[in-house]
Structures are given as structure tokens and as C-alpha cells.
Write a protein that binds this ligand. Structure first.
Ligand code: GMT
Length: 393
């Protein structure tokens, strides 16, 4: 529980499967457990949000599809809901995760409110909101504007902070607050899960992602196909999306008996505790939350040395990092993990220790709390606002 005055915090994120939504939801849950009141504002209830937790509220944004619009708009109804919730519940902080369109909606919401009702706006950049959309001329200037107007900007890795400066030319202050994980107790035992998967003594390699192009599932499969000890492993893919587009690759590479797919799994802890190795071949990654999730269960990783991954994996100590694109190198790293069980166990134990020390809720949540309290004691921004007709609550 907090000893300072508990805060009223609005959180907006993507509610579907995805690292930024997972982080935002867990942050809200942790803040509520520490005594703060947390209001989630989104088009759907975030999938990991408990239904009956004290001090947690959900406000749904209703989007009407008008025939006159070719593309339905989310930003405006989101901004109105943010303004209404801020006004009605006297929010201190509006914390948006993933800049597009959440940061722009938050800035607009703040403008609609009377000065004494305006929350401080915190924007957390997660990855492609900078690396992909930030570089898009149709989005970049709007993102930069929203960052400049935010009361605080945070990024989930030092890599992403540097990229945000480079890609968006953002010059304001940025706090690096790394991602965190708070594992739940698995429901089934390790043995039960491995039995369900049909895995015996083989090394269970785990990959969990939304399968988007930057995850480079093609490279993942290519590397797996080059592992020479064919009988020594199984690859389990927890797919936050449709795996069928990759079936042709699986067949072409003769991997049908090596790969087990589970789509849209909610009990990830069950699978994390059953795994022996995490495997990621992304071409771009601001952090890679899935590597951290595996580390909490003593699972080392083999991963590409890109983006913020080296901030999560210490090469040779908590996992093995290989240059992006080097399918042979990735395959040899996996072979090494198969052959050298003491090495794998040593890296796994070190990964778990590092995760608990650096990336636990206990280590990270107080950083967000201090950021919020510091903002509330610093002078309020001069905001362009509708002084005559602030939004009604
Ligand atoms: O930016 C994205 O691609 C989406 C985002 C998500 O919602 O999953 O992923 C990013 O945020 C995660 C949570 O902070 C990070 O762990 C991922 O590395 C990051 N993805 C990329 O940078 C590609």
C-alpha cells in the first residue's frame, strides 16, 4: 500500500494480446494493489484485466460507424471518454501506452477540460509507435506533437529512447523504465503440460509472439530446420494470431513433427514453466517481453542481437545472442543448449535471478509512482483549452 496520497490514474492501452497492453494492464493491477484507483479506458476490456479487483474500473469507448465515413474514427470518441472519465473521477494522471492514437487523444482530452480538472499526461512508447509509425510521414509529426505536449514521456528500453530521438527528433526529457513481469502461479504442473504437448525428455523450445512480420517466423523456422540433433527438441509456438500462413514453410522445411502450435493461450505460465529454452529471431524489438517472461521461470534464451534485447539478455550469462539473419549461428546456439545441459541450467538460473532483481514489479512499479508524484508537484502545463465550455461531467 502507498503511504503518500493514493492517486487516481487513467490507463489507455490496446486491450488485445500484445506486450504493450500486457504491460499497461499489469501496471494498472499492481497500482490498484498498492492502493491507487485505476480507470482503464479503451474500446474493449483488456484481456488480462480481472473482473472484480478492488479499485479497478473499466470505461468502454463506444465507436459508431457512420455511413459517411469510409474509415471509422477511434481517436475522437476515445478523447471524449478520456475527458469525461478525467472530469468525473478527478484523475491525477492519464497514462497512455503506445502513442498512436492514444497520446494524441489524451492531449485533446486535456484541452477539453477546465484547468482544475486536467490530469497530467504520461506517454509510454513501446516500439513500433516509434520505429515504424514514427518514420511514417503521415504519423510522425502527430506523434512528435503529442510527445512534446505530454507531461512525461517514458520508453521501455534505452534503445527505444535513442531511436525515438533519432526517428522523431524528439528533444524533450524521456525516462527509461524497463518492462516488468509478475508471474502468476501455473495452474497445471510442468509434467501435465509436457504430457499435453507430447514432450518427453526432449528440450522444449518456446516461442511466444503475435507473429507479426518483425518477429521473422521465417528465420525462426529456417534456424530450427538447421539444428542437427533432430530428435533432441520440440518447438512450441504460442501464437497470438493465426499461424496458418506459416504452414507452407513448416511443410517445406519438413518440420511437421517438430512444431506444436497453441493459439491465443491465456495461461502462459503453464507453458513457461514447462519450457527449457526461449527462442526469438526478431529483426526489431524494443524489449521483447516474452524473453523476460521465460526468464522468470529459469528459462535462458537464444535470440537475435537487435534493439533492446541486449538490455534483457546478457550474452553468455543469461542467454546467447546471435547476429540477426544468421540462421546457422542460431542453429548452432540451439545445438549448444541441447548438448551442454549444465550451461543451459546455469544460464537459466542467472536469467531468473537477473529478471527478479531488475525487472520485477517490485523493482519497476515504484519508478512509475515516483514519476507520477513528481509530476503532480511540478507546475501544471499551460494548456490550450476550451475555457468557456469545458467538457461536462
Ligand atoms: O510496438 C509493437 O510492435 C507492439 C508492442 C506490443 O504491443 O506488443 O510490442 C512492443 O512493446 C512490447 C512491450 O513493451 C515490447 O516487449 C516489444 O519488444 C515491442 N515490439 C517491438 O518493438 C517490435
Amino acid at each position: 500500500m502507498v503511504t503518500a496520497k493514493p492517486l487516481k490514474i487513467g490507463i489507455t492501452c490496446y486491450p488485445s494480446v500484445g506486450g504493450s497492453g500486457v504491460i499497461a494492464t499489469t501496471l494498472g493491477i499492481e497500482l490498484a494493489e498498492r492502493g491507487h484507483e485505476v480507470h482503464f479506458i479503451s474500446y474493449d476490456r483488456p484481456f488480462r484485466l480481472p473482473l472484480d479487483a478492488p479499485r479497478i474500473y473499466f470505461h468502454q469507448v463506444v465507436i459508431n460507424s457512420y455511413g459517411l465515413f469510409k474509415y471509422p474514427d477511434y481517436t475522437l470518441p476515445l478523447s471524449v471518454e478520456m475527458a469525461k472519465v478525467s472530469c468525473k473521477h478527478n484523475l491525477d494522471i492519464l497514462h497512455v501506452h503506445y502513442a498512436v492514437p492514444h497520446a494524441t487523444a489524451a492531449i485533446l482530452a486535456r484541452c477539453m477540460l477546465a484547468a482544475d480538472k486536467q490530469p497530467r499526461v504520461v506517454t509510454t512508447l513501446h516500439g513500433t509507435d516509434t520505429t515504424l509509425l514514427g518514420a511514417d510521414p503521415g504519423y510522425g509529426p502527430a506523434i512528435l506533437h503529442a510527445l512534446n505536449q505530454s507531461d512525461a514521456v517514458t520508453t521501455v528500453s534505452s534503445f527505444l529512447a535513442k531511436e525515438s530521438r533519432r526517428v522523431l527528433s524528439f528533444e524533450g526529457p524521456m525516462a527509461v523504465i524497463h518492462n516488468f513481469f509478475e508471474p502468476k502461479r501455473p495452474i497445471r504442473s510442468r509434467e501435465e503440460v509436457r504430457q499435453e504437448l507430447g514432450i518427453g525428455d526432449e528440450m522444449m523450445i518456446l516461442h511466444s509472439s503475435n507473429l507479426r512480420p518483425m518477429k521473422r517466423i521465417d528465420l525462426l523456422l529456417e534456424s530450427i530446420a538447421r539444428v542437427r540433433q533432430r530428435d533432441a527438441f520440440k518447438l512450441v509456438i504460442l501464437a497470438g494470431g493465426d499461424f496458418s500462413p506459416f504452414r507452407d514453410d513448416v511443410n517445406r522445411l519438413g518440420l511437421e513433427d517438430k512444431i506444436i502450435i497453441r493459439e491465443n493461450v491465456l495461461e502462459i505460465e503453464d507453458y513457461l514453466q514447462a519450457a527449457d529454452l526461449a527462442f526469438y529471431t526478431s529483426e526489431s524489438e524494443s524489449f521483447c517481453l516474452s524473453i523476460l517472461e521465460a526468464a522468470f521461470f529459469g528459462c535462458p534464451s537464444v535470440a537475435t542481437n537487435v534493439g533492446g534485447i541486449p538490455e534483457v539478455v546478457e550474452d553468455g550469462t543469461t542467454g546467447l545472442l546471435i547476429d540477426f539473419g544468421d540462421a546457422d549461428g542460431l542453429a548452432r546456439a540451439i545445438e549448444k543448449m541441447i548438448e551442454d545441459v549444465p550451461l543451459r541450467q546455469r544460464l537459466g538460473a542467472a536469467a531468473k535471478l537477473a529478471a527478479q532483481r531488475k525487472f520485477s514489479a517490485e523493482a519497476i512499479i515504484p519508478r512509475y509512482e515516483s514519476l507520477y508524484y513528481n509530476l503532480l508537484t511540478s507546475p501544471q502545463r499551460d494548456v490550450l483549452q476550451s475555457l468557456d465550455h469545458p467538457i461536462n461531467c
